[in-house]
Ligand binder design. Structure first.
Ligand code: DC
Length: 209
């Protein structure tokens, strides 16, 4: 079951690169951030407190998350909403709860078993979800470049506000007790600053052969 694990902070180029690697290899692709975002979306929908781990775990346990071209949460198209500011504001708090993570990790492993492996991207893929992955990559980029990319993707007006929000999420994701954002000991760290997507994809695909 070959698995490529791609981790890194927001704006590191993770999603673009992971999607392209999966396409190049002709294998399945899993965006685990979209799963935590889907739980956050449902919490806002149901008025569940992002600090209430027990209520969130119950919510997550019963949630139907459909990941494909569109993201369907309990059958409702939430593709745009899960990228919105309201979800982004709470997703780091929601994803810090161990019981929420346990549910998502179980689903991620099921996904790999169903698809016979694939490319999975997130924060804890190489460290926790698939510690035996065939290839582990940790993507980084300079703070300036990450903020510029996010500003472009989100069409945000103020690059400084984007940079501040990235720093806030980085701090929360890196300092949480359970499965913090950190490179696995055996991950290859790739700085994507100033590099093209194709170039980075070539490097990762080359690691498999
Ligand atoms: O990749 P993203 O920005 O869509 O992820 C959103 C949030 O979800 C991120 O700030 C932390 C959390 N997350 C996580 O804790 N573990 C993962 N494997 C993926 C995302």
């Amino acid at each position: 079951m070959p698995v490529v694990a791609i981790d890194g902070p927001a704006g590191s180029g993770k999603s673009t690169v992971a999607r392209a690697v999966a396409e190049r290899l002709g294998v399945a692709y899993l965006d685990t951030g979209a799963m935590y975002r889907s739980v956050s979306f449902a919490a806002l929908r149901d008025g569940v407190d992002p600090a209430d781990g027990e209520a969130l775990a119950k919510l997550a346990g019963n949630l139907d998350i459909g990941l494909g071209e569109r993201v369907l949460v309990d059958g409702i198209d939430a593709t745009a909403a899960i990228r919105g500011a309201d979800v982004t504001a709470i997703v780091s708090t929601v994803s810090a709860h161990p019981a929420v993570r346990a549910d998502m990790v179980r689903r991620q492993r099921e996904w790999a078993a169903e698809h016979g492996g694939g490319v999975a991207e997130g924060r804890d893929i190489g460290t926790v979800v698939f510690p035996d992955a065939d290839v582990k990559v940790f993507l980084t980029a300079s703070e300036e470049e990450r903020a510029r990319r996010r500003q472009r993707d989100d069409r945000a007006p103020d690059v400084n506000a984007v940079a501040a929000d990235l720093a806030r999420r980085d701090a929360l994701d890196s300092n949480r007790a359970t499965s913090p954002l950190v490179a696995a000991d055996d991950a290859v760290v790739i700085d994507t600053t100033g590099r093209t997507v194709d170039d980075v994809v070539d490097q990762i695909v080359g690691m498999l052969t």
